[in-house]
Ligand binder design. Sequence first.
Ligand code: BEZ
Ligand code: FE
Length: 278
Amino acid sequence: MTYFVEEASVETVNARIGIDTDPRLAEIMAGVVKHLHAFVKEVKLTSDEWAVAIDFLTRTGQICTQERQEFILLSDVLGCSMLVDAVTNRRPKGATESTVLGPFHVENAPVREHGAVISLDGKGESCLFEGRVLDLEGQPIEGACVDVWSDNADGFYDVQQPGIQPQWNNRGRFFTGADGHYSFIGIRPVSYPIPDDGPVGQLLGHLGRHPWRPAHMHYMISAPGFRKLVTHTFVGGDQYLSSDSVFGVKETLIAPYERLEGAPTLWRSPFDFIMMPV
Ligand code: BEZ
Ligand code: FE
């Protein structure tokens, strides 16, 4: 039997993992203990500071509801969501890059016709979003589901304002035809702060960080035989591109926004998505 001593803390704790433990769980938990102990030793964490951390995590859990996931937000602002995404979704050159899903995706948005309007509240500057879903060889992908969502012109998603915004405002699913083309009319998205009235917002405040995200349109694209792509396109020139509170920006995801004259929409944002096989 080994009693707990500081010098052998990691070995002592990890030696208790049972031999019948799922090997991947054993690997992950041994890693958690190794890095957690190293962190405590590195910063010489005091009991009072650990109590503050426990209180913070408790409040993070307590504010979670069906509509609000504060732990995902915490993972996002710590860059952990982007890191897990990077490790999980390594893509070959040429494939469209992924980024954070965020907490505002809703399953089963209405399937709409090509060119349909998804902005239902009459607010914002209209924008035609169009492009193609292609494979790595540049061939169109037929039957791809292009699931899109964005905030409204006030910077809120419909699910943040039930009863104020129409349900499914700025959301929709589009299926590509044989030419791989998709198109819909939304609004030019605006930058918005992530929910900052909870423990994560307080933490950002203590760290001198702002909660803003640069304007973006969300996409989740799936097609049989291809890896699901969760990504955004960003509005070039946004003041928060280089300080996104959740680190979601990638250079390749900054899309053109062309100002139109005499057209049905004020803006046009063309973007092709390149999918990789499973
Ligand atoms: C979003 O883009 O919807 C989002 C992403 C991460 C945290 C909060 C919101
Ligand atoms: Fe968003």
